[in-house]
Design a protein around this ligand. Sequence first.
Ligand SMILES: NC(=O)C1=CN([C@@H]2O[C@H](COP(=O)(O)OP(=O)(O)OC[C@H]3O[C@@H](n4cnc5c(N)ncnc54)[C@H](OP(=O)(O)O)[C@@H]3O)[C@@H](O)[C@H]2O)C=CC1
Ligand SMILES: CC(=O)[C@@H](O)[C@H](O)COP(=O)(O)O
Ligand SMILES: [Mn+2]
Length: 355
Amino acid sequence: MIILGSTGSIGVNTLNIARKFNLNVEVLVAGTNIELLNKQIEEFKPKKVVISKKEDIHKINHSDVSFGEASILKVIEESNSKTVVNALVGFLGLRPTLKAIECGKKIALANKESLVVAGKFIDQTHLSPIDSEHFALWYLLQDKKISSMTVTASGGSFRDYSLEKLKNVSIKEALNHPNWSMGNKITIDSATMTNKMFELMEAAWLFDTRKLDAIIETKSLIHALINFEDGSSTAHIANASMQLPIAYAILGKCDEQVLEPVDLIKVGSLEFRQIEKERYPIWQVKDEILNNLDLGVVLNAANEVAVSKFLNSEIGFLDVSKITLEALEKFSGVKPTSIEDIFEIDKEVRSFYDT
Ligand SMILES: NC(=O)C1=CN([C@@H]2O[C@H](COP(=O)(O)OP(=O)(O)OC[C@H]3O[C@@H](n4cnc5c(N)ncnc54)[C@H](OP(=O)(O)O)[C@@H]3O)[C@@H](O)[C@H]2O)C=CC1
Ligand SMILES: CC(=O)[C@@H](O)[C@H](O)COP(=O)(O)O
Ligand SMILES: [Mn+2]
């Protein structure tokens, strides 16, 4: 397989699954974590490697190293692998997703931004999501009439902070997720609840429904619930690890133990909370966005700009949500009719914020 983003949180977990199931790794794609990448090369012996910066090529212990987006697309096109795991972060992941689909590869998609921004132009025939909640929904599906689907949220790093204290939080505090160890960008998205907004949009594309909602479950042990018309609800329970969703996305099925089962006696109790609009301003526009998924490209571009400004200490935490809400209002009329429009709108929103 090809792993895009092998040195990240999903990438490392994917290699854990490759190790466990003895899967072939043909290509590794990474950014700037050269030390980890070299260790991965030594262990998995890929045929090709792609990194983000030309100046780092000489540091890589491999004879076939290229760099940049064009090289990522080229290795996908030239590879023999049937599967591409896309664990890149953000809009950067869209072209590789499209290329993998164009080449007839099976795509195991962690890069949820691909669906958020361009869901209506993405052929899902050979696509499996790598996202704990969507894996859970897929696992729970039955041939029965569904009344609604619910995904859970942890509540993020600031779920227990007073609203007053949110005005002055540090980057370090924001990156301190209560339950998951993930990359910086998704950890901030979790703190603002934008990750959950993305996940509702992702679910809308994957399951072709708008009967979707989210609630907070503070231990991240229940990942999703399906409410059936007959009045029963089922819940997917698993320990907080991405290895199970990754194994299923790559292998299609899995009968070996990947995780320890949850011990409910040890867990003792679970706590559920509503997602409050005051704490998570993105929730003010949840229905508007779910009723107009075209807004995904605007939400994503503004959010990427804002998260990067926050992580560079240019703005405060509360400004992240302010920027995304402002962009949604300013660009509320977008109507992409082609994939080219998606790239244009993304550019337009970013240039409004001068990045
Ligand atoms: N982490 C998780 O548990 C979950 C993540 N996701 C989604 O999966 C995706 C990946 O998330 P996560 O693994 O947390 O992110 P990370 O930040 O941990 O990893 C990102 C990966 O992309 C690489 N990368 C960054 N820029 C470039 C570039 N220009 N060229 C090539 N490679 C690049 C990084 O390389 P390097 O580090 O070497 O610079 C790293 O390998 C996101 O879309 C996220 O929303 C979804 C569900 C759960
Ligand atoms: C592991 C995973 O799927 C993440 O998307 C996770 O859900 C993020 O945590 P939050 O529930 O805090 O958004
Ligand atoms: Mn998730």
